[in-house]
Design a binder for this molecule. Sequence first.
Ligand code: ASP
Length: 600
Amino acid sequence: MAEALGELVRSLYCGELREAQVGSCVTVMGWAATRRDLGGVVFIDLRDREGICQIVARPEVSPAAHAAADRVRSEYVLAVTGEVAARSPETVNPELATGGVEVLAREIRILSEARTPVFPVDDELDAHEELRLKHRYLDLRRPRLQRNLRLRHQVALEIRRYLDEQGFYEIETPILGKSTPEGARDYLVPSRVHHGNFYALPQSPQQFKQLLMVSGFDKYFQIVRCFRDEDLRADRQPEFTQVDLELSFARVSTLVELIEPLFQRVLRLVGVEVARPFPRLTYDEALLRYGSDKPDLRFELPITDVSDELTLLGLENYPALLESGARARALVLPATGGVSGERLRKLNQELWLGRIVKDARAEPRRLLTLKASDDAVAKLVEKGASAEVARRMFEKAGAGRNDTLLVAVDQPGPVAMAMGILRLELGRELRLIDEQAFRFLWVTDFPLFEWDRDQKRFVSLHHPFTAPRDEDVALLDSDPGRVRAKAYDIVLNGYEAGGGSIRIHDSAMQAKVFKLLSLSEEETRDRFGYFLEALQYGTPPHGGIALGLDRIVMILAGESSLRQVIAFPKTASATDLLTGSPSSVRDEQLRDLGLLVIRR
Ligand code: ASP
């Protein structure tokens, strides 16, 4: 039977007990993490969100407390009153912040009994994730998740403080909204009042935040839930949290100067000092050098274009391929790196290439491996190549004596992506990644449009509200594919930590971009008519960014899954195992909404 809390008041958290309290009487409350009976003396580790402290129940101190301690089982909730005592030197636990002291129990109240937990509430013993999610309330008791969610709170709070200091207002925008073109599928909510009509849950507050600029609020932010119905990966959730912001009269540099100090402050929360300015690469440079628009800069291993050299070498059919627009990109495998000849042969195997090809949707004709040694160069010369060109190629790619060049040849897009994947694989395999490092980078000058081969039309790389660079505006008519955008992503350790742009603030230009995206006039009117109209009532130039809060906390916490930093996350198939959602609804609810369900 549970006992009442009564008049008891907690004096401090279990995790806060220190030597300074020795001799005083305290009341602590928490969960029994462990209980050990050592020949008549019962030891209980009592846990709360701040940590663990040791309770000692001796019959000679209090027979009642000792009897209560005897009944305690795992995860019982207790209130313990007693004197804080220093532990004898041989029983001090240096692993625990409270390890120098213990509480000699005078009274133990069992406030709540507990069923035997379905898995141990312990960081070490990891139960299957499905079971953990089903009993998330138990899982969340584990110190690691307590720490992660505390960090999340601190990060959000620090961001709010910083943006407030910078003059931003936090303004809420609707959750029941209209479809926004962020590129993913919408979650839809049927309207009961207007049968056949649907709200869309926001993929982002994009248009609303721009309207707030039209309304003169100047600086807006919101820590906001967004929804995208996509196939999920470890770093995606169907509902996720963005730090969304927008400001008027902004240029790209305004955003950069606002966001870099924000990240400096956030990283200080985990004791890391990052230097400003953050490096910057254009989209083209990032793809060329790292084969990715979100390169992981915790290691170098750069990619080099060696197309000219390979053409001059004249090997096999490569000159013809390169002539037809393919590019040759090289990576250096250090001689000292510990990649064996066997592994190299494997790397070169069709199967392995097949996997890269599948990931990158590329079709490298072959991965050439060229060793930077005199013997290997002599062999190339036998095949008719020039030793001087071979040496120039090794030098350009930065290959030293006995290093190996890995060269892939394909069309520019696919070969960049394939090399990017290869670079990451090798970085991991050669243990080049500094796991302690936090490396930021801005990627700028993205193309405004991408050609969608399936739909045979241009699509926005970011979203259709992104402004073209001033010097590229003329290309909108002549060569839209070459227009670059005033868009920027901020990348942290190979993850996109945020992205944004300077916006189109001219209604005619916005209409033109919709047209280039092959939206009919009717479609434009239906979906964005209100927005185009709003832009006509005096719109300040403006721009903004959205940062992925879940992802940032995940990286800071050193976790590799978003589920480790979200209190109640969804599984990879977008279900909530705890509450059992999504679930079916009653027929009358469907009738109210005017819906008929076709069951699969
Ligand atoms: N709305 C954009 C996004 O969610 C971010 C932005 O452009 O501010 O990706």
